[in-house]
Design a protein around this ligand. Structure first.
Ligand code: NDP
Ligand code: GDR
Length: 344
């Protein structure tokens, strides 16, 4: 039975990846950080929290000794490093914490692999945020990087360190440059889930109006469950490498707002410009979305669109879910949760 460590099991991708690996017969060691109250709702939604082959391990990403002890004890075949301070907005407020967790967190694991067993395969959760102020359209593996946030900078360090350990020590370290991927398990601070949860609340009369920042940002949004399959395939490949996972379609935040309201049976039209732009429910004339400047970022990533053809050619990976299906799935999940009186 293969053993895999998944850091960040309490997050969106950690939960989906654990589900996939358990289905494939792996013994999964999911790491979480100690908090005063447990945060296992995603594993509960997937029904895997009591799986006999799932082991939850307390682990501090910022502690080198902790990485060495954990890897030495478990002796895994594969490590998927998904844990991170992953919210771009917060990284502007907490740049050093982001560097420690998101950047050095990967270094601690790579060092432990080098010391304990260089045959352990390593996946690093890299990101399209590393392209930032984009230097080419669409973005692919050899597009130059230009990160626009402390988060993007920290991820770039971890990305290059993975490549450096591959080249220096022959470690099977692969880096997945994943474009935005969403799901009903997405955290509510990220824009898609914030929108679908608010749309559900507006539909049910629990909220009057949704507040957003930059509506013009364009993102390449895919479904998280499709993307964790790509992570798995990267560690089964013959050679370690860098792969872009994306859908090759880009839409604005404004488009996603329209799509989500439509999914709940509400038609909206946009009026006004810049900070005065609003979305009006065409049936009632009520304002259901307005701009709040506090959601604007000091520096923005304007346009992301990825070219996943390398992953398709080498791994046979392709996204299976389009944006309309993804948005509808998220709206329906949030309507269900809000109707039942709870929402995570
Ligand atoms: P989430 O924010 O949902 O999950 C992040 C995980 O990291 C959670 O388990 C979280 O724990 C854990 N974590 C955060 N801070 C710490 C810390 N100080 N110590 C230990 N654990 C910590 O992210 P996703 O699942 O969406 O993303 C997974 C990875 O992929 C991340 O590294 C992200 O940066 C990267 N990525 C994500 C993309 C996306 O669109 N989703 C795209 C490209 C890359 P807790 O639950 O306790 O907060
Ligand atoms: P992103 O995702 O920064 O791309 O990082 P997020 O959903 O936070 O923002 C996407 C775009 O929407 C704009 N936006 C808002 N964003 C949030 N969160 N809240 C708002 O109210 C709002 N209004 C407009 C943002 O400015 C941005 O342009 C995600 C994370 O998962 C990272 O960890 C990952 O690496 C990248 O995706 C790829």
């Amino acid at each position: 039975m293969k053993k895999a460590i998944v850091t960040g099991i309490t997050g969106q991708d950690g939960a989906y990846l654990a589900e996939l690996l358990l289905d494939k017969g792996y013994e999964v060691y999911g790491t979480f950080r100690r908090t005063s109250s447990v945060n296992f709702w995603r594993m509960e939604e997937l029904g895997i929290e009591n799986h006999p082959n799932l082991h939850l391990v307390e682990y501090d990403l910022t502690d080198q000794a902790s990485a060495i002890h954990m890897i030495n004890r478990i002796q895994p075949d594969e490590i998927y490093n998904l844990a991170a301070q992953s919210f771009v907005g917060v990284s502007f407020e907490q740049p050093l914490a982001t560097a420690h967790i998101t950047g050095l967190g990967a270094a601690h694991l790579l060092e432990a692999i080098r010391i304990i067993n260089p045959k352990i395969r390593f996946y690093q959760a890299s990101t399209s945020e590393m392209f930032g102020k984009v230097q080419a359209i669409p973005q692919k593996e050899d597009t130059p990087f230009y990160p626009r946030s402390p988060y993007g900078v920290a991820k770039l360090y971890a990305h290059w360190l993975t490549i450096n350990y591959r080249e220096s020590y022959d470690i099977f370290g692969s880096s997945g440059i994943l474009f935005n991927h969403e799901s009903p398990l997405r955290g509510r601070e990220f824009v898609t889930r914030k929108i679908t949860d608010s749309v559900a609340k507006i539909k049910l009369g629990k909220l009057d109006c949704l507040e957003l920042g930059n509506l013009d940002a364009k993102r390449d949004w895919g479904f998280a469950k499709d993307y964790v399959e790509g992570m798995y395939l990267m560690l089964q490949a013959e050679q370690p490498d860098t792969f872009v996972l994306a859908t090759n379609r880009t839409e604005t935040v404004r488009d996603f707002v329209t799509m989500a309201f439509k999914g709940a049976g509400i038609a909206v039209e946009f009026k006004g410009h810049d900070i005065n732009e609003v979305a009006i429910d065409t049936a009632t004339g009520k304002t259901v979305m307005r701009i709040n400047e506090k959601f604007h970022r000091p520096a923005e990533v304007d346009l992301l669109i990825g070219d996943p053809s390398h992953a398709k050619n080498v791994l046979g990976w392709e996204p299976k879910t389009n944006l309309e299906q993804l948005c509808q799935m998220m709206v329906e999940a949030d309507l269900r949760r809000n109707e039942a009186g709870f929402s995570f």
